[in-house]
Design a protein around this ligand. Structure first.
Ligand code: NAI
Length: 336
C-alpha cells in the first residue's frame, strides 16, 4: 500500500507552525487498531482531548480514510495514519501512550477466552514493536481476553528486557463505567456522582464489583446485590446479545476516560485513581485489577482491596481461580 504516514490532512501550504507548543501538556498518543469498531470513536475522542498534541492511527486496514476524516477536525492534535505491519515502527516511535484495541471481538455465544487464539498473536506482535520503538510508553491494553493479553504483553516486554510493571495497564474501566450506571439506576442517583470499585479481571466472574465500597455509601438489599453483580459481570454479553456487535461506543468512552487519567497522571496531576488490571501484589496472583494511583511514571501506587463482606470474599475466591488459569495461559503462549 502507498505510504501516507505523514499525511496530516493539510495542503502542505501552511505557514510556520503557530499552534501552542504542547510542552508538558502535549502528549504523543498512538492507537493500534484505530480503524475498528472501538478504534474509530476512540480516535475521534482522542482527537478532541486537549492533552494530546500528536495522534498516530495504526491499523492493518482502512487507516487512510479514518485518518483523512479525523484530521479535518479543528482541534489541536496533529493526526497521522499508518497502514500495515511495515509502518508499525514508524507509528510507535516517540509515543508517550499507546492504546491497543486491535483484535477480533466476541459474537453471540462466545466467551472472551474464545478470542485467545487470534488476539494473542496480534498483541504479541504489537508489543514487540512497542518494546523496540517506545519502551517507555504507557500501554493501555483493551484487546480481549484482557486477563490473558496483559500477561502476554508482560512476557514480551520481559523477553525484550523492557518490562516496567508500572507502565502496562489492562483497561477494565468499562466495567466501572457500567457499574456506576447500573448502581445509579437502581438507587435513583446521578451516575456522575457514583463510584463503584470493580476489581479482579475483565471476564465473567473475574469482574468483581465491590458494592460494599460504593461512593456515596449505599445499602443494597440482597436482591439488589445479586441483580447488580450479575448485570455488571454480564454487561458485555448484554451488548453482544442485543445484536450490533460487541461494545464499541461505551468502550471508546471508557478508554478515553482511562487514557485521559493516564495522561493527567503523566502531566503530574495529583490524586488520579482508577481501577486497572496490572502487575500486582494485592493477592497471590501476579496480575489483578484494583484501584491504582496514576502518576508521572504510570502506576505509582496500588491500593489494598479494603474490607470485603462475606459475599465479596466468596466472589474473590471464584475470581482468583479463573484468573489464575487465564494468566497462566497468557504466560505459556509467549514462553512456548
Ligand atoms: P473490530 O473488529 O471492530 O476492530 C478491531 C480492529 O483491529 C480492526 O480494525 C482490525 O483491522 C484491527 N486489527 C486486526 N489485526 C490487527 C493487527 N495485527 N494490528 C493492528 N490492528 C489490527 O473489533 P472491536 O469491536 O473494535 O474490538 C476490539 C477488541 O477490543 C476486541 O478484542 C474486543 O474483545 C475488545 N474489547 C475490550 C473491551 C474491554 O473492556 N477491555 C470491551 C469491548 C471490546
Amino acid at each position: 500500500p502507498p505510504s501516507f504516514s505523514h499525511m496530516e490532512g493539510s495542503s502542505g501550504l501552511g505557514r510556520a507552525d503557530c499552534r501552542a507548543k504542547g510542552g508538558s501538556t502535549g502528549f504523543k498518543v498512538a492507537i493500534l487498531g484505530a480503524a475498528g469498531g472501538i478504534g474509530q470513536p476512540l480516535s475521534l475522542l482522542m482527537k478532541m482531548n486537549p492533552l494530546v498534541s500528536v495522534l498516530h492511527l495504526y491499523d492493518v486496514v482502512n487507516t487512510p480514510g479514518v485518518t483523512a476524516d479525523i484530521s479535518h477536525m479543528d482541534t489541536g492534535a496533529v493526526v497521522r495514519g499508518f497502514l500495515g505491519q511495515q509502518q508499525l515502527e514508524e507509528a510507535l516511535t516517540g509515543m508517550d501512550l499507546v492504546i491497543i484495541p486491535a483484535g477480533v471481538p466476541r459474537k453471540p455465544g462466545m466467551t472472551r477466552d474464545d478470542l485467545f487464539n487470534i488476539n494473542a498473536g496480534i498483541v504479541k506482535t504489537l508489543c514487540e514493536g512497542i518494546a523496540k520503538c517506545c519502551p517507555n510508553a504507557i500501554v493501555n491494553l483493551i484487546s480481549n481476553p484482557v486477563n490473558s493479553t496483559v500477561p502476554i504483553a508482560a512476557e514480551v516486554f520481559k523477553k525484550a528486557g523492557t518490562f516496567d510493571p508500572n507502565r502496562l495497564l489492562g483497561v477494565t474501566m468499562l466495567d466501572a463505567v457500567r457499574a456506576n450506571t447500573f448502581v445509579a439506576e437502581v438507587m435513583g442517583l446521578d451516575p456522575r456522582e457514583v463510584d463503584v470499585p470493580v476489581i479482579g479481571g475483565h471476564a465473567g466472574v473475574t469482574i468483581l464489583p465491590l458494592l460494599s465500597q460504593v461512593k456515596p455509601p449505599c445499602s443494597f438489599t440482597q436482591k439488589e446485590i445479586d441483580y447488580l453483580t450479575n448485570r455488571i459481570q454480564n454487561g458485555g454479553t448484554e451488548v453482544v446479545e442485543a445484536g450490533a456487535g460487541s461494545a464499541t461506543l461505551s468502550m471508546a468512552y471508557a478508554a478515553v476516560q482511562f487514557a485521559d487519567a493516564c495522561l493527567r497522571g503523566l502531566r503530574g496531576d495529583a490524586d488520579i485513581v482508577r481501577c486497572a488490571f496490572v502487575a500486582s501484589h494485592v493477592t497471590e496472583l501476579p496480575f489483578f485489577a484494583s484501584k491504582v494511583r496514576l502518576g508521572r511514571c504510570g502506576v505509582e501506587e496500588i491500593y489494598p482491596l479494603g474490607p470485603l463482606n462475606e459475599y465479596e470474599r466468596v466472589g474473590l475466591e471464584k475470581a482468583k481461580k479463573e484468573l489464575e488459569t487465564s494468566i497462566g495461559k497468557g504466560v505459556a503462549f509467549v514462553k512456548k
